[in-house]
Write a new protein. Structure first.
Length: 295
């Protein structure tokens, strides 16, 4: 039986190739892929072949081959090890594992965090159907640097001190990546994939006391299981797609009593898409548009 160290020596590049994923660009030891964790056109998933580590620049997720299998199959570490022990035909290579997983390769540096005052970010929230009161309550205005340029975005804090970032032109995060929990001591909890769905629910129910858990990525679902198992009622506002259905199944297999709330906003993909559709049907006016999100 392969040891954990031997499993970590299995090549990520070869594992991805076996799964049908080919690099779109190779620069030295950096292999760039369209992320195998979601659909995208511009490669943002990097594998460092010297260290046998991967990094998803759009979400901030990263790690070794075990972490990758957990993210791909939305399974526990034990299940990932079982899958990898059954793999055949993957070469074992001696990699250098120097450094830590929380690498700053993403190149995003926080400059400031402040209450939301930027009119363009307020407009963006309005376009997404989010009330200004809920936007200001749960989000901040985050100014950050990427390379030589500076930008700003809505920031949503996670439990590890990282930030989920959104503006009309960018969706990403500043590591560390983690779930976000918001508690009020309720007996039930609402589970959301992303914070825009959470803000949509709060816009619709601004005064209802509740506990909420925002995954910030379905890949983090295994980390939330222990917490969700403490609630007698778990209401899931997940996407109406194959990934959302698999997540629901995973929760039920973990013995969690789940209510699928996705039927309430079907056939729309998610709660925010439904809210935006409702907003447009009412033809509510929007503030004037300004160009760019550079500082």
């Amino acid at each position: 039986m392969k040891t954990i160290q031997e499993i970590k020596q299995l090549s990520i590049v070869n594992y991805l190739q076996k799964a049908g994923h080919e690099p779109k660009q190779i620069k030295g030891n950096a292999y760039w892929y369209c992320s195998p964790l979601r659909q995208e056109r511009t490669p943002s998933f990097k594998v460092n072949t010297d260290r046998n580590q991967w990094y998803d620049f759009a979400t901030g997720e990263h790690g070794d081959i075990i972490d990758l299998v957990c993210a791909l199959h939305r399974c526990s570490t034990a299940e990932a090890l079982q899958l990898l022990r059954g793999e055949t035909g993957l070469p074992k290579i001696d990699f250098s594992f120097g450094g830590t997983k929380t690498s700053a390769q993403q190149g995003l540096e926080i400059l400031s965090v402040q209450p939301i005052s930027n009119l363009q970010l307020q407009r963006y929230g309005s376009e997404r159907g989010i009330s200004l009161s809920q936007l200001e309550k749960y989000c901040s205005e985050v100014h950050y640097r990427s390379g030589e340029r500076t930008y700003y975005a809505l920031g949503f804090l996670n439990d590890a001190g990282g930030w989920e970032l959104r503006n009309p032109y960018f969706k990403g995060c500043i590591a560390p990546k983690a779930i976000s929990t918001l508690g009020a001591g309720a007996k039930s909890v609402q589970v959301f994939e992303g914070f825009m769905d959470f803000l949509s629910w709060r816009t619709l129910h601004p005064n209802e006391p509740s506990d909420s858990l925002v995954l910030n990525s379905l890949a983090l679902l295994p980390r939330a299981l222990a917490q969700l198992q403490t609630y007698p009622c778990v209401e899931c506002f997940l996407d109406n797609d194959e990934a959302g259905r698999k997540a629901l199944q995973h929760l039920r297999e973990a013995g969690i009593e789940v209510k699928d709330m996705g039927r309430l906003y079907a056939p729309h993909k998610d709660l925010n898409e439904w809210l935006c559709s409702e907003r447009k049907s009412k033809k509510l006016p929007l503030p004037p548009r300004k160009r760019g999100l550079r500082r």
